[in-house]
Design a protein around this ligand. Structure first.
Ligand SMILES: CC(C)(COP(=O)(O)OP(=O)(O)OC[C@H]1O[C@@H](n2cnc3c(N)ncnc32)[C@H](O)[C@@H]1OP(=O)(O)O)[C@@H](O)C(=O)NCCC(=O)NCCS
Length: 213
């Protein structure tokens, strides 16, 4: 049974200035494989790994089969695999996972961008777009982002979005070969009545300049 009691409909592409989000598609396979391969040193420390050793090194094999599996999450209603776009080019991924229905109505977000576009405010804008979509289209109530305490760049993303710190979960996710503590941040729909993108734009320099730059 799908967590929300239904499949998730294909999201329309979302955009804010030069930043966009759209559903991943099979034609993204080679571009993503190349980005993942070229960004090994940049990404590895923050990547989820399987505790029992399964799974190939990201970027080491063709991505079409993985993308097919990701897209099945929509039909299963369990997640939404987006790519992040900047100036019409795919530069990273944003994944909605852990979708829960019933009395929770929540989801988690994870993300990465290629090192060559880091520091332009792309991820805060992409996360804001995703959160507004999850609240408005999927009618979720709560979105959560969990980050390793060492990941100062990612912590800046949730700071810019003024997400609420909820606490540390010990040995929460298997990352880069071991169980790692995570600091968890959340936002509920009623906390952002005007929307997350608006909140980011209202933050002035933190959002608007770099978004439209
Ligand atoms: C975390 C991440 C997604 C942030 O994306 P982004 O689009 O660069 O976000 P921002 O532009 O808002 O930058 C956030 C912070 O990154 C740091 N940063 C900026 N450019 C950087 C660079 N070239 N190298 C390292 N860190 C950089 C800065 O601290 C910046 O904060 P600031 O704007 O106050 O200076 C990106 O750094 C990344 O993909 N990292 C590797 C994967 C990862 O950590 N994923 C998240 C797991 S929870």
């Amino acid at each position: 049974m799908a967590p929300l009691g239904r499949p998730i409909e294909t999201p329309v592409p979302l955009a804010a200035g030069r930043v966009g989000l759209r559903l991943i598609r099979s034609t993204d396979a080679e571009r993503l494989r190349r980005l993942l391969s070229e960004n090994r040193a940049w990404l590895q420390r923050w990547e989820a790994t399987h505790p029992y050793g399964r799974g190939a090194v990201p970027g080491s094999s063709p991505m079409r089969p993985t993308i097919r599996v990701m897209r099945r999450q929509l039909r299963a209603g369990s997640g939404v695999p987006f790519v992040i776009i900047y100036d019409d080019e795919v530069v990273g991924q944003l994944s909605v996972s852990e979708v829960s229905g019933g009395a929770l109505q929540s989801a988690q977000i994870g993300y990465w961008v290629s090192e060559h576009v880091a520091g332009r405010g792309i991820t805060p804008a992409a996360v804001a777009l995703a959160i507004d979509y999850l609240f408005a289209e999927l009618r979720l109530h709560r979105v959560e982002i969990c980050i390793r305490p060492e990941n100062t760049a990612s912590l800046r993303v949730v700071e810019k979005l003024r997400m609420r710190y909820e606490g540390r979960r010990s040995a929460y996710i298997h990352i880069d070969g071991d169980w790692r503590d995570h600091d968890c941040y959340a936002v509920t729909r009623e906390e952002v009545a005007a929307g997350m993108l608006q909140r980011l734009l209202d933050a002035g320099d933190e959002g608007r300049e770099r978004l439209t730059g």
